[in-house]
Structure formats: C-alpha cells, structure tokens
Design a protein around this ligand. Structure first.
Ligand code: BGC
Length: 361
C-alpha cells in the first residue's frame, strides 16, 4: 500500500465511533454529522481495504438509525398517496448526529440520493455475507418503500443545492440502490421496484439530455462532475453510451484543471478543485483501462495531503470566485480537512478490484 492509502485507512478507522458512525469531517463543525452519502462511500472503501468489520459497523449503525426514524417513512408514504407536499416531519433527513439523532440546526435535509447510495453500498457489503438479518432487512424495506414513493420528487442534490429541481445524479443513486437491493427485497416489493427501474432510465434520458450530453438538471445547459455517477458506480447508463461519453468529454473540458471542479458556477469556498471528484474521475479512468491518466490524477490527489497525510474537501486552485472563498473562510473557517469522503474516494480509485457483486455496466 502506498503511504496515503495506508494513512487514509487509518484516518477513516481512527474517526469511527465505537458504535460505527463516521463524521463527514471531524474538525469542521458543520460537518460533524454522519451523512449517508459520505458514510456509504467510506464504508465501501473500507470493504475494499479488507476492513469489513468497520464497514459492517457503519451499515448497522445506519440501519438502526433508519429504523428508529421509520415512522417518517410511513408519513412520507401517506403524503405521497395524498399527493401532498412533504414537511420536515415527513421525510428522512440527509444527515444525523453521531448518536443517530436528527440535527437541530437548520439544514437542507430533504435529499434522496444518500438513501439510494446507502442501499447500493449495503447490498455490496452483504454480497460478502450472503444473508441479511435484522436490522438490515427492515431498513432495506423502509428505504425501498421510501424511494419508490418519492423518487421523482424535486429535492436537494448531492451538493445540497437546487432543491426545487430534480437531478440526474440523484436518480442515478436511486436507480443504483434499488437495483442492487433487488436480491434482498421482500418478494412483495419486487414488482414495484422493477417498474421504477424500468421507468427511471428513460425518463432520465428524456429530461436530462441536451445537445448530445447529460446536463446538471433540466433547464441548465452545463455539466456537473457528479454526472460521472450515472455510469460509475450506479450504472443507470453504460459508460459506452454515446451521451455519457460526450458528457465525460465535457466534464474534462469544462471542469478539469489539475483537479476536478463540481460545476462552472460553483461558489462554495470560491468553487475550487475537489479531491473526491478528482479521485472519482481516476476511478472511471482506471475502470476504462486509462491507467496513465488515472495515475496522474491520483498523484494530484496525494499531493493535496498535508504533512499529517490529511486530505481536504477542495483546494483553492483556479477558483471560480475568489471573493466567495474569502467569504466562506470568514463564515466557517478554513476548508474542511480531513474530509473522510476524500480519503474514501482515494482508496476506491487506487484499489483494483471491486467488492461484492455490483456490475454497473
Ligand atoms: C457537500 C455534500 C457532503 C457534505 C459533507 C457538503 O458541502 O456538498 O456533498 O455530503 O458536505 O461532506
């Protein structure tokens, strides 16, 4: 294992609570919560690194947390049946405290992608074990019901923005999660899930492609680096799909400097280059056999570590908006470091072979 790889595993394990939770970033107060999205990729990376027990502790913590908040799923299903808008008491939050409680401070909590991502990661983890006991079975049923009822509602995207829109990256995570969960579902859910799996890809293509590529969301002509997720890892389209290939070309053209940005108009901390997305592109290159380009990007990622081997969320290179960088530093302090998800994506991109049985393509 190279130095940063080893250090990344140590950092992830070092910040895990004894009951399995991972803060997104331990020394950055707004991120001292567990996100399903960040946490799942962390657990996925640990499975890849041969740390299945630590990964399992996270999935169990999260399943218990979901079951504890299961009444919200029932409220969400009722609201969906009555075609009512959802209030805060009707949906599952996107992040929880390290003890599995909802956060009290105001936050954009309605985000569906993390729940799809969680199903995807959990199914991959269970792939090693060949069985699903409690609390997994119950959590899988709750999340499946929740996603089948709500998947095409507008919600905040994975960057916690644009809540009045629907997003291809969110749909990709939901698709990847439901598909991966199929072998673990109660038989009564199969028909419903299959019908969502049937509908979603065609609707995604109809709603989110324009001029030969996928777009960040309907009405936005540009790309977001999160469109990589459509193929890797969620497999809602193949990486050979012409629209996907053109999307990757555009991501490279518009967003790639040394590292990869989220999207052109991003102003969060000035809109710098994101470590986890750069590793994501390296993951895609590696899966495609573009080893040299993968290696170059991973070297860039490793070079962003500080003397303690800690990776940040983003680096202020080539900023979209330097004034916003200063604004966010004044508001929340320096960029989050270590960001555990950055370490997770480095491990995933740098480790050949995939755990479990996902086959996105
Ligand atoms: C990012 C999310 C992430 C969260 C915690 C936010 O700024 O946009 O994608 O889940 O930080 O890392």
């Amino acid at each position: 294992m190279d130095g940063i790889l080893k250090r990344s595993v140590a950092i992830l394990k070092g910040y895990q609570t004894p009951w399995g939770a991972f803060p997104a970033a331990p020394s950055f107060p707004p991120y001292e919560y567990v996100w399903l999205r960040d946490g799942t990729f962390i657990a996925y990376a640990l499975d890849l690194a041969g740390e299945g027990e630590a990964a399992g502790a996270f999935y169990t913590f999260m399943a218990e947390t979901i079951v504890k908040h299961g009444h919200k799923v029932h409220r969400a299903l009722r609201a969906a049946e009555e075609s009512r808008p959802l209030g805060d008491e009707d949906y599952l939050h996107t992040r929880y405290t390290l003890l599995g409680e909802e956060g009290r401070e105001p936050w954009g909590n309605f985000q569906l992608d993390g729940y799809g991502t969680y199903l995807w990661g959990l199914a991959s983890h269970l792939g090693h074990q060949g069985r699903a006991d409690r609390p997994y079975r119950e959590a899988i049923s709750l999340v499946t019901a929740y996603l089948c009822a709500l998947w095409d509602r507008p919600c905040l995207d994975c960057w916690e923005e644009w809540g009045e829109y629907r997003h291809p990256s969110t749909w990709a995570a939901i698709y990847g999660g439901l598909r991966a969960a199929l072998p673990w579902l109660e038989p009564s859910w199969e028909e419903k899930v299959l019908s969502v799996l049937d509908d979603l890809p065609a609707k995604l293509r109809a709603e989110f492609s324009r001029e030969g590529h996928f777009v960040k969301f309907a009405g936005r002509p540009g790309v977001d680096a999160n469109l990589l997720w459509l193929a890797v890892p969620f497999g809602v389209c193949s990486w050979d799909d012409p629209t996907f290939r053109t999307t990757v070309d555009k991501i490279e053209e518009d967003l790639l400097g040394g590292g990869l940005k989220r999207y052109k108009e991003d102003t969060y901390y000035g809109g710098g280059e994101w470590v986890l997305l750069t590793a994501w592109l390296a993951w895609y290159y590696r899966l495609r056999g573009r080893e040299r380009e993968a290696r170059d990007l991973l070297e860039w990622v490793a070079a962003q570590a500080d003397e303690e081997g800690r990776l940040p969320e983003q680096v202020p290179h080539n900023l979209n908006s330097p004034e916003h960088y200063a604004y966010w530093v004044r508001r929340w302090g320096p960029v989050a470091r270590p960001l555990l998800w950055s370490h997770a994506m480095y491990i995933i991109a740098a480790t050949p072979g995939e755990p479990g049985s996902w086959s996105g393509f």
